[in-house]
Design a protein around this ligand. Structure first.
Ligand SMILES: [Mg+2]
Length: 260
């Protein structure tokens, strides 16, 4: 066995546990295997869309039991960058509004008077030009520009779809401002994980640019799985993973065997 302390296993969700809600074969069993071995498993996702209840419900449907305390989302990371009592506008889905409310931040419209303290931008599947225009104007007029994450794509079983990064790029171009980014691999998400779970044993994910860099940010080895955004044809990647596996089941197998 590797001489790593037996602490939390941090597992990405999209492209690792499931593809757009459909479980990746072997993933639910691998998570059960870890828990049967006494390991703590937490899920860190850059998908800011679902509420925590939607996450646990979808995970349960996919065969993975999880409680809300097992989840860290980019929506929570974005909310952690704001202060209770502040007012924020949202371009994105319900998960962001829930995280802001939990933080004590009031959600207002982008064109509220006075203007919002911040505009939080995440992946949205119901984009509206007027909404994007109002958000861009609020940012140009001085609101903080907080992006939940900048993943270019969102992995599905039918290939990648536009991710939050594509929406953020629209607002950045229109407002002429750069976002402060909350989710993996950035500091707000890393601080959330470290403050809640300490230093993880391993970070398992499908994207070197987010999950690999996040592993470095939280001081954990990076296990890359090829079941999501990265394929064997993309190798080698930077940052270099500690191990590469076809999927979560393979990564868990190697790590528990001490061969990873
Ligand atoms: Mg992923």
């Amino acid at each position: 066995m590797r001489d790593w302390p037996a602490v939390t296993w941090v597992i990405d969700v999209d492209g690792v546990v499931w593809l757009a809600g459909t479980p990746i074969p072997g993933a639910p069993e691998a998570i059960r295997r870890l828990r049967d071995a006494g390991e703590r498993v937490v899920f860190v996702s850059n998908n800011s869309g679902p509420t925590l209840a939607e996450y646990t419900s979808r995970l349960a449907t996919a065969g993975v039991e999880a409680c809300q305390a097992d989840l860290v989302t980019s929506a929570q990371a974005a909310a952690s960058m704001l202060s209770p009592g502040q007012r924020a506008a949202v371009v994105g889905a319900e998960g962001i509004r829930e995280a802001l409310a939990e933080r004590g931040v009031t959600v207002v419209a982008s064109d509220a008077v006075p203007g919002p303290d911040a505009v939080v931008v995440g992946r949205s599947t119901t984009l509206d030009y007027d909404e994007l225009a109002a958000a861009s104007t609020a940012i140009r007029d001085g609101a903080r520009f907080v992006a939940t994450n900048t993943d270019a794509t969102y992995p599905t079983g039918d290939g990648p779809l536009p991710g939050a990064g594509a929406v953020v790029a629209f607002v950045a171009t229109a407002s002429g401002r750069h976002p402060e980014v909350a989710g993996k691999p950035y500091r707000a998400a890393a601080e959330l994980v470290r403050s809640r779970f300490g230093s993880p044993r391993v970070m398992i994910g499908d994207r070197p640019d987010t999950d690999g860099a996040f592993a470095i940010a939280v001081g954990a080895p990076f296990a890359l799985v090829l079941s999501g955004c990265t394929t064997a044809a993309d190798l080698p990647v930077t940052p270099a993973p500690t191990l590469v596996a076809a999927d979560l089941a393979g990564a868990v197998e190697q790590l528990l065997a001490g061969t990873g």
